[in-house]
Design a protein around this ligand. Sequence first.
Ligand SMILES: Nc1ncnc2c1ncn2[C@@H]1O[C@H](COP(=O)(O)OP(=O)(O)OP(=O)(O)O)[C@@H](O)[C@H]1O
Ligand SMILES: [Mg+2]
Length: 225
Amino acid sequence: MTSQAIATQNLSFGWTAETPVLKSCSLEVPHGEFWMLLGTNGSGKSTLLKLLGGLLTPQAGTLEIIQPFGFVFQNPDHQLVMPTVATDVAFGLAYDNLSTLEIRHRVFEALAAVNLNHLQRRPIYALSGGQKQRVAIAGALARHCEVLLLDEPTALLDPDSQIDLVQQVQRLVKERGLTALWVTHRLRELDFCDGAFLLDQGYVVDQGDPERLKRRLMQLQGNVA
Ligand SMILES: Nc1ncnc2c1ncn2[C@@H]1O[C@H](COP(=O)(O)OP(=O)(O)OP(=O)(O)O)[C@@H](O)[C@H]1O
Ligand SMILES: [Mg+2]
């Protein structure tokens, strides 16, 4: 892998042999860029992200991804497991053999990056949806992840929080040189990315300029509706 943070070649996957979901998908996400993965419902976006995250194994093809990477799920309640903000962010460091001081420093630094340091002691249940997603992202930052895989992280957020979150991830990518791949079908979010991929019927049918892909997604959504 050269300047790519994520690269797949001819990746194929199906839940059964008769129903392929991804057919020979090839894509590359350049290091230090914010890319989005688009497609209508059921087009295979989550499946592709799970393959990248090692949660599923491809039936054919190859993939490379820079380590360590972090995964942010659509529903943060499936991801946050500890009672408070700080303990949840620290949880991901449990196996890293770090000193207590170093853990505290990593948690502080990661929460500062997502503007949540003032909520360190807050119980998870008392956070908004957008705050929960930021705690999940802080968990990945605390582990010093270089790549973020985010599966519709704004799905459960109100419109203002959606834009706040996408702006925050854009800023993290630009300021820290991270790489992010963000699944969405919300056209507004495309204004914040460097490039996008469009999945349709198992194929990556287009990639590159977000404006062009926005227009193609609108056509596809129109056909589905
Ligand atoms: N665990 C599973 N077992 C069998 N089929 C599945 C499973 N998960 C997803 N599928 C099927 O795989 C296909 C792709 O699903 P996937 O969840 O990747 O789509 P998606 O693009 O993320 O859709 P959405 O926009 O609704 O989140 C769909 O036809 C779906 O029904
Ligand atoms: Mg999905």
